[in-house]
Design a protein around this ligand. Structure first.
Ligand SMILES: Cc1ncc(COP(=O)(O)O)c(C=O)c1O
Length: 448
């Protein structure tokens, strides 16, 4: 039951606010968040919930970090804003680019900053097209990405996003965007005789490049671990083969590290798990732990040299690129990641989370798959384990489990019948155990 205060706030909200994924019927039972501490959020009724998705995968440091708040306040007092357009810069942006050059893949040493992930996707698409034009290959404009990939919802990012539900209201999508299957180890079916499931899934890219014509393809965009699409961890041989294919057909390999960047998987960046270097990266979310909207792209030395020597300006710009406050918060966050060993914490706590999920749920007749890496995991619910048959979408099993989990104090999100778990890296071990207990009870309640 909600108190009058939360109900009143929700009514006022509905009168004037339009939300991301706006759906008034869902919002009636929404939460009004008032405060947060560590891995917990409190609503207007004074109830506490575990922040099971770190806000939206971003708040790895948890709420209440005075180091981040102080960095923002100090910079706002000194200089809140100055343009980052060419001819203008600021020390925090310079320091951040220097730090990023040290932290990212060794071939990536140049950075363009945005306000978030979708803008980073657009920036990479535009940069890839520009790069090929300068190289004398103006027809290389197409973008290949993957089903279940999520890259944001600007018109270009939505066209790259491979979750169909985002498309129909806004068709037509931008031409020249195409999707290959996800390597999903649980569901991808390799053609018989394939060397391995991972190689077969990677060779879907080669097949598509050949169908489209290599001279028309600019880039391949992929999250190292697909996040919003259901925490899909690829096979170990997948990305090394993707790299070879991109090299062979002169297609830029773009890693969307918006969720996997800055430690969540137990490495600073996701492709480090497979020793693969992309040509371009994009990041956002955990670079500021959500304390300030900031994202960006990282550019290889080769591409940056082509940009620098092209002789004409790159006609792409955001007012808030290189925002001094965002950069100050990011610098404080990078200090935290290092000082508190976020990488080690994510690796160890993530291992515990996955082991405990398996102990609690592995034998449940409707749990098809339990997967994850570092502090990002998912539990996929199916009607029939032996055939992997999903429940009819109309049964809303995932949404019902989510509601039961919320009743028990765990707030997260689902993708269909896949329950997503990505708590802050600072979550304590006992709270991790609570997450598992609550989810197990919620699944038990819905699927008795
Ligand atoms: C992998 C990935 N890329 C891009 C985005 C889009 O970021 P934003 O919502 O900041 O535009 C997201 C957001 O969840 C994401 O998970």
């Amino acid at each position: 039951m909600k108190t009058a205060s939360e109900l009143t706030l929700l009514q006022r909200d509905s009168a004037h606010l339009i939300h991301p994924l706006h759906a008034p019927a869902v919002h009636v039972s929404g939460k009004v968040w008032i405060s947060g501490e560590g891995a917990y959020l409190s609503d207007a009724d004074g109830n506490q919930f575990i922040d099971g998705l770190s806000g939206l995968w971003n708040n790895t440091a948890g709420n209440g970090r005075t180091e981040l708040a102080d960095a923002a306040a100090k910079q706002m007092r000194t200089m809140a804003f100055a343009s980052g357009y060419i001819g203008s810069t600021n020390p925090r942006a310079i320091e951040l680019a220097e730090r990023l050059a040290e932290l990212t893949y060794s071939n990536i040493n140049y950075f363009y900053l945005t306000s978030g992930g979708g803008e980073a996707t657009d920036s990479n698409i535009k940069l890839a097209r520009y790069y090929w034009k300068v190289k004398g290959k103006p027809n290389k404009t197409k973008v290949i990405s993957r089903i279940w990939g999520y890259h944001g919802v600007t018109l270009a990012a939505m066209s790259a996003t491979g979750i169909e539900a985002y498309w129909p209201m806004f068709e037509p999508r931008i031409p020249g965007f195409t999707h290959i299957p996800s390597p999903d180890p649980y569901r991808y079916e390799a053609v018989p005789g394939s060397k391995s499931q991972g190689i077969a899934a990677a060779e879907e890219l080669e097949k598509r490049i050949l169908e489209e014509g290599a001279d028309t393809v600019a880039m391949f965009l992929a999250e190292p671990i697909q996040g919003a699409g259901g925490v899909i961890v690829p096979q170990d041989d997948y990305f090394p083969r993707i790299r070879e294919i991109c090299d062979q057909y002169e297609v830029l390999m773009v890693a969307d590290e918006v969720i996997t960047g800055f430690g969540r998987t137990g490495r600073m960046f996701g492709l480090e798990h497979w020793n693969v270097q992309p040509d371009l990266i994009q990041f956002a979310k955990a670079i500021t732990s959500g304390y300030f909207p900031l994202g960006g792209i990282g550019v290889s030395d080769e591409i940056a040299t082509v940009m620098n020597e092209s002789g004409s300006p790159w006609m792409h710009a955001y007012t808030y690129s290189a925002h001094p406050v965002g950069c100050a918060v990011a610098l404080a966050m990078l200090d935290l990641i290092e000082k508190e060993d976020f990488l080690g914490q994510a690796e160890n706590k993530g291992r515990r989370l996955l082991i405990k999920l398996k102990e609690a749920l592995e034998n449940h007749p409707n749990v098809g798959d339990i997967r994850g890496i570092g502090m990002m995991c998912a539990v996929e619910i199916v009607k029939d384990r032996s055939t992997k048959l999903p429940f009819d979408a109309k049964e809303n099993i995932g949404a019902k489990i989510n509601q039961e989990a919320i009743k028990r104090g765990l707030f997260s999100r689902v993708r269909g019948d896949v329950y997503l778990i990505a708590p802050p890296i600072v979550t304590t071990e006992s709270t991790i155990d609570d997450i598992v207990d609550i989810l197990a009870a919620a699944i038990q309640e819905v699927l008795r």
